[in-house]
Design a protein around this ligand. Sequence first.
Ligand SMILES: NC(=O)c1ccc[n+]([C@@H]2O[C@H](COP(=O)([O-])OP(=O)(O)OC[C@H]3O[C@@H](n4cnc5c(N)ncnc54)[C@H](O)[C@@H]3O)[C@@H](O)[C@H]2O)c1
Length: 335
Amino acid sequence: MKIKGMKILVTGGAGFIGSNLVDELVIDNHIVILDNFSSGKKKNVAHYAGKDNVEIIEGDVRDKNLLFSITKGVDVIYHLAVQCLRVSINDPEINHEVNATGTLNLCMAALKNSVKRFVYVSSSEVYGTAVNVPMDETHPCEPTTIYGASKLAGEKYALAYHRTYGMQSMVVIPFNTYGPREHFEGAYGEVIPKFVLRALNDQPPVIFGDGLQTRDFTYVADTVKGIIKASGCDEMIGQTVNIARGEEVSIKELAEKIYKKLGKPHIKQVFEKERPGDVKRHFAGVKKAERLFGFRAEIGIDKGLDMFISWFISQGYNTANLMKEDIVFNWETPK
Ligand SMILES: NC(=O)c1ccc[n+]([C@@H]2O[C@H](COP(=O)([O-])OP(=O)(O)OC[C@H]3O[C@@H](n4cnc5c(N)ncnc54)[C@H](O)[C@@H]3O)[C@@H](O)[C@H]2O)c1
């Protein structure tokens, strides 16, 4: 199915990945964004004000009536709305309600309104830590966090709707994604923007645990390309696929790279307690995406970090002010 000339609903479309996804989909489609702006930002979608092929609805995936009404006439849903991992450590219930129940609500609405395709954007957190690498789609799913468990529930609902009712659903599993509009603030702050911000303020990177834990960092332009390619692939119906670069980087190496790129290699790394439920190793198997729809993530970590740092600097932020929003142990703060 060609993703062109469609009416598309993007939940979480004002968030980091969601807004980057909308920027691509809007070229050929009519877009409806549903977001409650809990972590998403108005400025991420402000450039669509007044455009007649973009509707922005401030609303919640927990509101079933709203979902039944806004999915009428929709061809494709990309479901990204989420409460984040760090919030789940302090508030498991909201994670369950948004990530698991919210997905079930959306599946019900999609089926009732005969939505043609349902793309569930999951997370590598569903796997837990690697028991074998590279982690392909047959890797066991043993999430370590409530977040991972709630994302796995969402996956299972989306696929059960295919098996029971024939809904054209699929699951795409991005690994850690970084790039423009990524969060640096409060509980939503992610490791790369946090390290960049701290380096620009001459503050040391704070590493939780020994820093040898690894992630498969994937640049957001690649993640978006992978999600869109997967969604147009008919063989993906009822299937799960990883979307990742396929490159393993430890947090210690990541800090070294960022501080070197910003001319601050002399600043010593600080090691602190581990974050509860932190996975030790993530390294994606990426062959299925290549085989089914010819997708390979092109942007390696060094090029991606250079691009992200340039973007961050181009925003002209007052980095000293932003630093005030940096909370070191940011899973400990209530939202
Ligand atoms: N960022 C990553 O590294 C990464 C990695 C793997 C998977 N993912 C997945 O990608 C998706 C997007 O993640 P992101 O990093 O862009 O996060 P994000 O926090 O930037 O985006 C989530 C969006 O959902 C919105 N939202 C939250 N609760 C909502 C609710 N109840 N109703 C409606 N909207 C709500 C937020 O306001 C936000 O705009 C998520 O499903 C996440 O699980 C992200």
